[in-house]
Design a protein around this ligand. Structure first.
Ligand code: HEM
Length: 449
């Protein structure tokens, strides 16, 4: 039996609180019941699900009764019929088509590229320099996704791409949050400026497609070639627009989340000396100064625990939303078509019910069989069911490799007194970036403070 609750008082006020401070709101609501009615919008009810089994009911047991929530519906205007935002039969067809590109056997071949591109990034780092590490991680993740998925070397203005994606993320969230519609002239002008900047991304993507179409076959085994070669039963191929939708989805979904996870991990390491020492000790023991390979990943046990703990405290995907397409029963409760359900990784991962001292950074909690001792969806950084993150293994390998390459050479030390705060946009960012001093490790590691 699940506990239900309904927030008392004026419901619009709760929604306003949710929209203004979502992390604080969701953490509070988590304590109130397994399923909490937080408000109504246009006659449709809005619930927050706080029990792992209910998350499973929605994502795994009844996925076809739901479509994506409002934020991704809005993102769909730009991402088109991409894997992340398409629904139903189209989604299933795309998932079947793209899945092989993400199989462990296939992504193993990316380890070398991930390591060498990280090493190349370090060529521009100088001992003692202060850098925006969030920016560095974004640029690197973008570089890696381009190279591994599209065989494309980034020559574009990465700064501009980052700004466009951030602006787009802010626009989506603002629209999803809008309790009342913006006056139409204001909405139209914001929409026009967003469209204009997004045209720059389209230009990059369409150029990639055109270049590859011009090249002779057979040289590439990447996602782009696979999409170009994919044929329907009737022999027809995907149009440029259909391919563009997939590429832009992977381009965005495939780098921002990883970059945020890495930035949060560097921040956490810089605040916890013991964890940092254990991380270094493992790198020295397993790698002894050489670049990590795919085969090394299982041996980097503590590094993987660090990533898991970082994604527990600061999950890049901090909330999943779904809207019911039809009447459906969840946790014994009738949900009407049009109702919205939110499930928050951020709140669930900090629940006292499943985690001892949930606010404490303690990578060792992910030792051995820990995940088997908590309900499956008490930890769900990559979602679940048929829409589980297709890039989860890619992301785990990439973050481990980048941490290992950088961590062998540098200590990253927090710079400045500015408080590090999460900013929940489409992904969970560090508000205002992450300023860090990069110090060469070498023989100085024991004396650095
Ligand atoms: C730490 C890194 C990452 C995190 C935390 C993350 C998280 C997630 C989550 C929670 C979902 C499910 C969203 C939902 O159900 O509404 C998702 C879906 C998706 N992710 Fe990731 N992701 C990460 C990295 C990546 C990477 C590296 C790629 C591509 C290379 C990627 C591509 C996608 C795609 C295409 C989907 C949609 C899958 C579908 O609906 O079939 N993600 N991701």
């Amino acid at each position: 039996m699940y506990t239900t609750a309904s927030l008392p008082g004026w419901r619009a006020l709760h929604l306003l609180r949710f929209k203004n401070s979502p992390l604080k709101f969701l953490t509070k609501v988590h304590e109130l019941g397994d399923m909490v009615l937080i408000g109504e919008q246009g006659g449709r009810r809005v619930y927050v699900l706080n029990h792992p089994d209910l998350v499973k009911e929605v994502l795994v047991q009844n996925p076809s009764s739901f479509r994506k929530g409002k934020a991704l519906q809005i993102a769909g205007k730009f991402l088109g019929q991409g894997l992340l935002t398409s629904e139903g039969e189209t989604h299933m067809r795309l998932r079947r088509l793209m899945q092989p590109q993400f199989h462990a056997k296939h992504i193993a071949s990316f380890a070398e590229t991930m390591a060498s591109h990280t090493e190349r990034m370090l060529d521009s780092w100088k001992d003692g320099q202060v850098r925006d590490v969030h920016h560095d991680m974004t640029e690197l993740a973008l570089d890696i996704i381009n190279q591994t998925m599209f065989g494309h070397t980034v020559t574009e203005d990465v700064e501009r791409i980052g700004r466009i994606i951030e602006q787009n993320s802010r626009n989506n969230i603002r629209q999803a949050k809008a309790l009342f519609r913006l006056p139409s002239f204001l909405a139209a002008s914001k929409e026009a400026s967003a469209q204009e900047s997004l045209a720059y991304l389209d230009q990059i993507i369409y150029a990639m497609i055109a270049n590859r179409r011009r090249e002779p076959d057979g040289h590439h085994a990447d996602l782009l070639s696979m999409l170009l070669g994919a044929a329907d039963e009737d022999g027809s191929h995907m149009t440029d627009k259909e391919i563009r939708d997939q590429l832009i989805t992977i381009y965005i979904a495939g780098h921002e989340t990883t970059a945020n996870t890495l930035a949060w991990t560097w921040y956490l390491l810089s605040e916890h000396e013991e964890a940092e020492q254990m991380f270094w000790a493992e790198l020295d023991e397993v790698l002894g100064g050489r670049l990590p390979t795919f085969e090394d990943i299982p041996k980097l046990v503590y590094t993987r625990q660090l990533i898991q703990e970082s994604m527990r405290l600061y999950p890049a995907a901090w909330m999943i939303g779904r809207q019911a397409l039809e009447p459906v029963v969840i946790g014994g409760q009738e949900i009407a078509a049009g109702d919205t359900l939110f499930m928050s990784q951020y709140a669930m991962h900090r629940s006292k019910k499943y985690y001892e001292e949930p606010e404490r950074f303690h990578p060792g909690r992910f030792e051995d069989t820990f995940l088997k001792t908590i309900p499956p969806y008490a930890y769900f950084p990559f979602g679940g069911g048929p829409r589980v993150c297709i890039g989860n293994n890619f992301a785990l390998m990439e973050t481990a490799i980048i941490l290992a390459v950088v961590g062998q050479k540098y200590k990253l030390q927090r710079e400045g007194v500015q408080k590090v705060e999460p900013e929940p946009l489409i992904t969970l960012r560090i508000k205002g970036g992450l300023s860090m001093k990069v110090l060469r490790r070498g023989n100085r590691q024991t004396t650095i403070r």
